[in-house]
Design a protein around this ligand. Structure first.
Ligand code: XUL
Length: 628
């Protein structure tokens, strides 16, 4: 008898990841072991039919400038294809106890009135695409890279205001957010097709719906990427629905409470369906189509699917106040928090598995590109032959142990956070506490200063913006330090530090909001570093010394984070259902620490107090930046 990879697993779980360029499935078991992955690339799947490039179609005509879409049928074909591949690989579908997954955020799928029956009657003998060909009103789904909704963005913000919209929905208006995309379709792209739409899903609830054979509810965490959902009220916001539906009194010449207004808002509410609060409960059993065609166990449960960034945070043992810092082309910071402290400069979503928790997301444009420019400048100065080498940059960075009252802001691209034009700004804080702007080559500022400055300013920006999201933590030393001072002394000391800071710089504002004692003195619990630059030990050690988390810095390598998050969500839900109780997700996922696959703790000096001056200097420099 041949032994299989799956013999020692009691139950299997599938984590889907429907991203921009591919559909991936990861197979895990009840012990959270990742056993195998499968994937289908959209650019090679039915190339002649879909003709996508990097998974999307860019439409560049006058009317829809900046539109970027994905074919819905391509996703359906990829689902049949991936299961076909797994079947060929003798995958034991009958052992799958539960599925969940992660999907690109913000995209929407528009179901027609024929969808309900078509989904319910799927037959194993033909494909999803053949049987669902009349199930959609729009055959394309707007992609998160879409920029065609400038008009709608202006309209949402004119009526609601950026900060107010962030207060209600967790984010100010963004081109890609679903509410703006819906308004575009409903008012200018194709009102007839919008009106003919029976239901609207996000990409996450679309995939869950296909697997269930019925249209399911929108998942609450992913709903926070729509600019429509009132997070505190736990319901769609009527004003925002009216804008999206094209019946807003101030925009669409429709009287409030007129039949047209009521019908417009009610129709959109019905299309979106109810949002179910965060839950571990199953949405139902897998559709007989997948049982008959691929051999799934008819008892296999489908748990709600969520957005990809949300799935990423549940792929790691993240606890409240932890931060995940992704150092790619752009820098993205994800924070787990209990504080609902919205800002127009970042996003807040509900946490997908921990009720009363949120995920904060800060997206910077300028990440590795800006650091590489400084590296190139250094390599040129020192005639380093290998122009892409980080050795000299790191050697200089390793020598900088504390803040030297010099700071630079490096934005080769216009920046979102803070909202500013492309520029470079270098400043020195004098002994008299004056901030003096300098150019490279002036007042002792040499190329070497740019090395520490860029890592410092990028990290201080995260520290400043993470502060309001974190729950106040008043400790001056990390718990790993040899002798942490007692709480009382700690508090007193911090009050002095804070007072010094305000004496030096005055009150601090970030993105128009006042920083408080609590926000400036909040420290993250743990920091996790992922993505390209997390492989540079000098950079992450420096970042770790400035952010100085209370319980350690970790470098992590998780190539399938989104899919894994989906699979863990499925196995956690399954275990909660079996025990009939809510298992705290952070406790459940903590067993990953025991395995520590791809997770490596590293030591960094604790320079948290030392960098208070840097915090003040950066806040002041940011207030002087040029805008477009
Ligand atoms: C997040 C966003 C992207 C997509 C990528 O707001 O737009 O990260 O989710 O799939």
């Amino acid at each position: 008898m041949t032994t299989s990879l799956y013999d020692s697993s009691e139950s299997l779980f599938l984590g889907f990841d429907l991203s921009t360029q591919q559909l991936k499935i990861i197979v895990t078991n009840e012990k959270l072991a990742a056993l195998k992955t499968y994937n289908v690339e959209f650019d090679v799947l039915n190339k002649d039919v879909y003709g996508v490039h990097k998974g999307v179609i860019a439409i560049d005509n006058e009317e829809h400038k900046g539109a970027i879409v994905s074919p819905v049928f391509m996703w359906l074909d990829s689902l049949d294809q991936i299961f076909e591949d797994m079947k060929k690989d003798s995958f034991p579908f009958n052992k799958v106890a539960g599925v969940s997954g992660s999907c690109q955020q913000h995209g929407s799928v528009f179901w027609s009135k024929q969808a309900e029956a078509a989904l319910a009657e799927l037959q194993a003998k033909s494909t999803l695409t053949e049987q669902l060909k009349n199930a959609f009103t729009f055959k394309h789904s707007p992609n998160w890279q879409d920029h065609s909704t400038g008009k709608e963005l202006a309209e949402f913000e004119k009526i609601i205001g950026a900060d107010n919209l962030a207060d209600i929905s967790g984010s100010r208006a963004h081109y890609r957010f679903t509410g703006l995309q819906i308004r575009k379709l409903a008012t200018r792209f194709n009102p007839a097709k919008y009106n003919a739409t029976w239901r609207i899903s996000l990409v996450s609830s679309f995939l869950a719906s296909v697997l269930l054979g019925k249209v399911t509810t929108i998942e609450e965490a992913d709903a926070c990427g729509m600019n429509l959902y009132d997070i505190k009220a736990g319901d769609f916001n009527e004003d925002l629905l009216a804008i999206a539906a094209g019946v807003h009194p101030e925009l669409d010449n429709v009287k409030k409470d007129s039949p047209e207004y009521v019908a417009g808002v009610t129709a959109l509410r019905e299309k979106l369906g109810k949002v179910r609060p965060i839950s571990y409960e199953s949405e139902g059993k897998i559709s007989p189509y997948f049982v008959d065609r691929y051999g799934f166990n008819p008892e296999c449960q489908v748990y709600s699917f969520t957005g990809d960034n949300l799935a990423t945070i549940i792929s790691l043992p993240l606890a409240p106040n932890d931060a995940l810092i992704s150092l790619g082309t752009s820098t993205t910071v994800l924070i787990i928090t209990k504080n609902y402290n919205p800002s127009s400069q970042y996003h807040l979503f509900k946490h997908p598995t921990m009720p009363d928790h949120y995920m904060g997301m800060i997206c910077y444009c300028n990440g590795s590109l800006a650091r590489e420019k400084v590296r190139d400048e250094i390599n040129e100065k020192y005639n380093v032959k290998d122009t892409k080498s980080w050795d000299k940059f790191n050697e200089i960075l390793d020598k900088s142990h504390s803040f030297n009252n010099k700071l630079g802001i490096y934005f080769p691209l216009g920046e979102i956070v803070p909202n500013a034009a492309a520029q470079t700004k270098r400043s020195i804080l004098t002994a008299e506490n004056k901030i003096v702007d300098v150019e490279l080559g002036e007042k002792n500022w040499v190329e070497d200063d740019d090395v520490s400055s860029i890592v410092e300013s990028q990290t201080l920006s995260c520290r400043l913006r993470a502060g309001p999201m974190l729950s106040g933590s008043v400790k001056t030393t990390a718990s790993t330090s040899p002798s942490p001072p007692p709480e009382g002394d700690d508090k007193q000391h911090l009050h002095h530090v804070y007072k010094d800071l305000v004496d030096k710089f005055g009150e601090l504002y970030t993105d128009g909001k006042k920083q408080t004692y609590e926000s400036v003195t909040a420290r993250p619990n743990r920091c996790y570093y992922v993505g390209g630059a997390s492989n540079n030990g000098s950079i992450i050690r420096k970042m770790g010394s400035i952010l100085a988390p209370l319980n350690g810095n970790y470098k992590v390598e998780i190539p399938n984070a989104c899919a894994l998050g989906g699979a863990y969500k499925a196995s956690w839900s399954y275990e909660c259902e079996a025990k009939k109780e809510w298992i705290a997700y952070d406790k459940y996922i903590n067993r990953l620490f025991e395995k520590s696959d791809g997770m490596e703790k590293f030591e960094a000096e604790d320079k948290w107090l030392d960098y208070f001056t840097g915090v003040g200097l950066l806040a002041k420099m940011e207030s002087e930046l040029k805008h477009n």
